[in-house]
Design a protein around this ligand. Structure first.
Ligand code: OGA
Ligand code: MN
Length: 296
């Protein structure tokens, strides 16, 4: 099989590639890993269709790209978990694979994924790549949308670029969940989800392209009054998620979608909550805190 990557979205040819000529159930060659990394650098999002993998195969494939995160940002820990600590549970199911009740705490916390975000921006070392595998998808709805934060940066006027270039934000899940009115955190969760700092503008280490590093978890800017910070962040998110920067992924059974959290935001879309939706995410960690990286 020969690996090929082609643009998938005619309106956004530099964003989202479709990968063919690879079977993710099998070990990946070094050449294919390099081609996928090059594809990620170019597109920011890659789609692999018809990949009926299990958790072990997803983990093995993901490990080709670096160290994996553990799901310390999930609300379900220890005995409550449905999946291993290296697999984020992006489902509406309980441990017995039953659909969660409408008022279930895990479900309500998970609805935070419907806000535009970058994975693990609430961790001091945020996520590099996320790999999301569709095991069960609802009959309709439940798309995942991606926003190109390089294109969003490129489209900013010079004055706004100057304003935001060196800003540092505080990110925490306490803030993002609070936006939806989810506030019943335990003391242990409040400690685990304590705010971290992230640069607002990043430079991609390979391509040198700049991007806005926005996320629903960002609720403050260092040195700014909170209302002014939130107003600016809202304004930037509104700019960055205009339709011309956004691709909607319509899930098919056995899709795997891989994205670079350094250059994208994403969000889940609504679906009928009585239908099952079971997606599993593995997450490759970045190398260092963004505050240690230079903008330029
Ligand atoms: C994720 C996520 C969105 C979705 O897996 O990190 O935000 O559509 N998923 O489930
Ligand atoms: Mn996410």
């Amino acid at each position: 099989m020969t690996l090929e990557i082609k643009p998938i979205d005619p309106q956004r040819p530099g964003f989202v590639g479709e990968v063919s000529g690879i079977d993710l159930r099998q070990p990946t060659s070094a050449a294919d890993v390099a081609a996928i990394e090059a594809g990620m650098d170019r597109f920011g999002v890659l789609v692999f269709h018809d990949q009926p993998i299990d958790d072990a195969q997803q983990l093995a494939f993901s490990r080709n790209f670096g160290n994996l995160e553990t799901a310390t940002g999930d609300i379900a820990q220890g005995e409550q978990r449905r999946l291993s600590m290296e697999v984020n549970d992006i489902s509406n199911l309980d441990k017995n694979n039953n659909v969660l009740a409408r008022d279930d705490r895990k479900r309500l916390f998970g609805l935070g994924n419907m806000l535009w975000h970058s994975d693990s921006s609430f961790k001091a070392v945020p996520a590099k790549y996320s790999l999301l595998s569709a095991r069960v998808i609802p009959p309709k709805g439940g798309n995942t949308e991606f926003a190109d934060m390089r294109a969003a940066w490129d489209a900013l006027d010079a004055e706004t670029r100057d304003l935001v270039e060196d800003l540092v934000c505080e990110h925490t899940q306490i803030y993002s969940r609070g936006v939806l009115g989810f506030t019943d955190f335990t003391d242990e969760e409040r400690r685990r989800f304590a705010p971290v700092l992230q640069r607002l503008v990043r430079t991609h280490p390979v391509t040198g392209r700049r991007s806005l590093f926005l996320s629903s978890h960002a609720g403050a800017i260092v040195g700014w009054p909170v209302p002014e910070a939130r107003a600016l962040l809202r304004d930037l998110v509104e700019h960055a998620t205009q339709r011309q920067f956004v691709h909607a992924h319509v899930w098919r059974d056995h899709d795997l979608v891989m994205w670079d959290n350094r250059v994208t935001m994403h969000r889940a879309r609504r679906y009928d909550a009585s239908e099952r939706r079971d997606l599993r995410r593995t997450t490759v960690a970045s190398e260092a805190p963004t505050v240690q990286q230079q903008a330029a």
